[in-house]
Write a protein that binds this ligand. Structure first.
Ligand SMILES: [Ca+2]
Length: 305
């Protein structure tokens, strides 16, 4: 059995010249690569028996150097199970991407899920990456919003009533007991909005929020994901094109904790627009208030291609 990438030059990928199995045979190949496959029938055990083939099936992977993604932050290399990478192709490609050396602890000539890849970058830094074929493992395990720049419509800053810090930066400070409260002056004002600049675009899969629940208030809100270049907040709120979660009719209390799973919407800015709550406008001090915002997703710009 021979394979060729151009239909002219063939190389032997399986030698069964001493085959003595009658009927169906299966050859499992580990390092064969080709576009054209041909079978040379050399002889037959039966005197005067002629060459005859009922069926031939070939299973394989698509060789595609674009078929992997590198998650530099979580030190993962994602390989689709529809694609295959040889160690050599991968090394050549990474070298062309600016990495000067790598060593791969692979079981054979292919890179498989579970392999460890040690990459030395152009600055001599050595990092070990883990190869995975499980797409969910490619997602970020850490909160993308934590300590990132907070954007907001207004903030009280300091509560005269309780003496507590109510600055906007409390929504992603890692402390569940600290909260942002919007400016109330004499009257709460809606809509208010608050969110984070993730620093660059991500595919957003999960958003977790903890609102204030004083007097069992229930908030109505919308969540937007805005792309890198977009900073015209109010226009986007009107356009609704970047609306990823619509809770404008929300009546569910859930202790103010809302967990949303979405489909990887692309965005750099995650903004919660708070439309009102169940106490407002009867209680004109029931301002927007949020304890915590967490965002989970995948990287977009760390893909190698
Ligand atoms: Ca907090």
């Amino acid at each position: 059995m021979e394979a060729s990438s151009d239909g002219i030059n063939y190389q032997v990928i399986a030698d069964r010249s001493d085959n003595n199995v009658v009927g169906t045979t299966t050859d499992v190949l580990r390092a064969a690569r080709g576009r054209y496959i041909r079978v040379q029938v050399l002889s037959c055990s039966q005197k005067d028996g002629y060459a005859s083939l009922h069926d031939m099936q070939i299973n394989g992977w698509l060789f595609d150097i674009q078929g992997y993604k590198v998650d530099y932050d979580n030190k993962l290399i994602f390989i689709s199970d529809m694609n295959a990478l040889t160690v050599k192709d991968f090394a050549d490609h990474l070298s062309s991407e600016g990495n000067c050396a790598l060593s791969i602890q692979a079981a054979d000539d292919y890179i498989h899920s579970g392999d460890q890849v040690r990459i030395t970058d152009a600055y001599g830094r050595k990092t070990i990456y883990t190869v995975t074929d499980r797409e969910y493992a490619y997602r970020y395990f850490t909160d993308l919003a934590l300590y990132k720049t907070v954007l907001f419509s207004s903030e009280e800053g300091f509560s005269q009533k309780t003496g507590t810090n109510t600055h906007a930066y409390n929504i992603n400070d890692g402390h569940p007991e600290t909260a942002w409260t919007a400016e109330t002056k004499s009257n709460a004002n809606y809509p208010e909005w608050i969110g984070v600049d993730l620093g660059r675009e991500f595919g957003i899969f999960e958003i977790d929020m903890q609102f204030e629940t004083k007097d069992d208030r229930v908030y109505q809100y919308e969540v937007y994901a805005l792309p890198d270049q977009q900073i015209n907040w109010y226009e986007d709120f009107l356009s609704k094109e970047m609306l990823i979660i619509d809770q404008s009719e929300n009546k569910t209390f859930d202790d103010g904790h809302y967990h949303h799973e979405i489909m990887g919407n692309k965005g750099r800015y995650v903004i919660i627009r708070i439309l009102g709550n169940s106490l407002y406008p009867d209680n004109n001090h029931a301002a927007a208030s949020l304890y915590d915002l967490q965002v989970y997703g995948t990287s977009y710009d760390s893909y190698s291609r």
